[in-house]
Design a protein around this ligand. Structure first.
Ligand SMILES: [Zn+2]
Length: 246
């Protein structure tokens, strides 16, 4: 029984053979993961980061926003405190998955990524400095169909930063888009599913738990604040990672 048959993307991928990270990493000399918020890197790409680290690949993780809007009603955790904590959480999660990775914190305000005009051009130029410019590099970013403004903006910024002639390969990892209740195809040409062994999934689970402001009730005074439901955390750990080719 497919536990997520109500979600068309997951239903469409159900039954597709999941492979090892080697399917994506063979021939790759460097990896760059661009994440809208601290936690997307682990949710979307934790197993692949782990595998890339085991291969000693140079890894860059670019976090676009400061994640400071997840608990806007909290008095105890105003935006500045939350942003500082989320930066620490990202550092801890990356230490768990890929300790030698370079973490780039661009620090745009949560929900405030530039969407057009000169601000978008400036942000994409800033991002471009961190994207590997090699044909044997792999860039991973969120999916344009993720129904979240920062996720869609991140995709747009990566595409603008790469330009049409960028040599590196690009794959998208869906976060919220996997739970859409409409069929998002043809949003991609092909999908690769990447799984890991029990130990790798346990490491991913530990890395995810590092994002404790998002995965636990650490922040007590904002009942409307975001906490990822347990079933969803479990899904992201146990389901093969999804990489969609544009
Ligand atoms: Zn996000």
């Amino acid at each position: 029984m497919n536990a997520h048959s109500q979600y068309p993307l997951l239903a469409a991928l159900h039954g597709q053979q999941a492979g090892a990270a080697a399917d994506l990493l063979d021939g790759v000399a460097s990896l760059c993961v661009v994440a809208p918020h601290p936690d997307d890197e682990t949710l979307g790409c934790g197993l692949l980061l782990l595998a890339a680290a085991e291969r000693d690949l140079p890894i860059t993780i670019v976090c676009m926003t400061d994640g400071s809007r997840s608990h806007p009603g909290s008095v105890a955790w105003p935006a500045e405190r939350l942003a500082a904590e989320r930066r620490l959480e990202l550092t801890r999660a990356v230490r768990c998955l890929a300790p030698a990775a370079t973490v780039v914190w661009l620090g745009y305000p949560d929900t405030g990524l530039p969407t057009d005009g000169p601000a978008l051009a400036a942000a994409s130029a800033r991002l471009a400095r961190h994207l590997p410019q090699r044909h044997d590099a792999l860039i991973l970013t969120t999916w344009p169909h993720d129904p979240h403004g920062d996720h869609a903006s991140t995709t747009r910024l990566v595409e603008a930063a790469r330009g049409p002639d960028h040599p590196a390969r690009l794959f998208h990892y869906p976060i919220w888009g996997r739970f859409l209740d409409r069929d998002p195809r043809p949003g991609f040409d092909r999908a690769l599913l990447v799984t890991g062994d029990t130990e790798a999934r346990a490491r991913k689970r530990r890395a995810l738990a590092c994002h404790r402001t998002q995965m636990s009730r650490l922040i007590p005074d904002d009942p409307e604040g975001f906490v990822m439901p347990k079933w969803m955390q479990e899904h992201f750990v146990e389901h093969p990672e999804i990489y969609l080719a544009a």
